[in-house]
Design a protein. Sequence first.
Length: 297
Amino acid sequence: MTSITLSPAPEGFAHRFKRVDGLRFHYVDGGRKDAPALVLLAGYPQSSFAWRGVMTELRDEYRIVAIDLPGQGDSDKPLDGYDTQTVAQRLHGLIQTLDLGQYFLAAHDVGAWVAFPYAHQFEPEIRALVLMDAGIPGVTLPEHLPSDPDKSWKTWHFPFHAVPDLPEILLEGRELPYLEWFLREKTAHPGAFDEAALKEYLRIFTAPGALRAGLAFYRSAAISARQNKRLGQAQRLSLPVLALGADQGSIPDLSGALAPFCADVHSNIIEECGHFQPEEQPKAVASALLDFFGRRG
């Protein structure tokens, strides 16, 4: 078996693994054990590593659990089940074992894809929810993606990732330039991803099954969209929801897109920030989370 060298966890945190219903999850756990719990979910092509700066800022305020979703980071990569309702149910299996009580939930990108159906299914457990710059299928993702080059560079990957086999053919052996473009082009300040961050993301992106699993979220997006529409039609979320956008992000009016699905939606914008908010502006993100959650503790 290939050995795994994990990036050091932030001070006050530790890497943990737990097997639940046949899947082994990786998560990073720490902060104040006597404080309310905060669960963090990252996006594509990232992992719990994306939250390291935010976790450092908030470690004195919350017990923090940053989780690699099934198919992400150092969690197992099952062969199926990447529609977000299934992922949410698998995630809940882990969270049930962690003795968190009621918890706050913050999620970015694909993490927010999962958090939307998760909140619908397990709303009573969640104190408040933050959804960050994400084209959630059937919710905030436009029905028709733009073809104008000035806009399509933000969403081109949705149809590309969904094509069978072709992404694997084109990306094999070219993973690093793909990641460099993907991570640095969609930021306001490309220096947010230094060589150490790129090395970590290359490690998890080239792990066995990682590319297949990452693409599977997109290949299941149509199923996820239908699920989300059914959930939204059945009932609006009543818990407090913060739509945390970015002035140079992917979804221009995140709160407006979420409003039909959420009865109590709030809006905030991270300035001088592109799509990857937790790594571009960790202090501003931490401040926004603390302000929103702090009034609902």
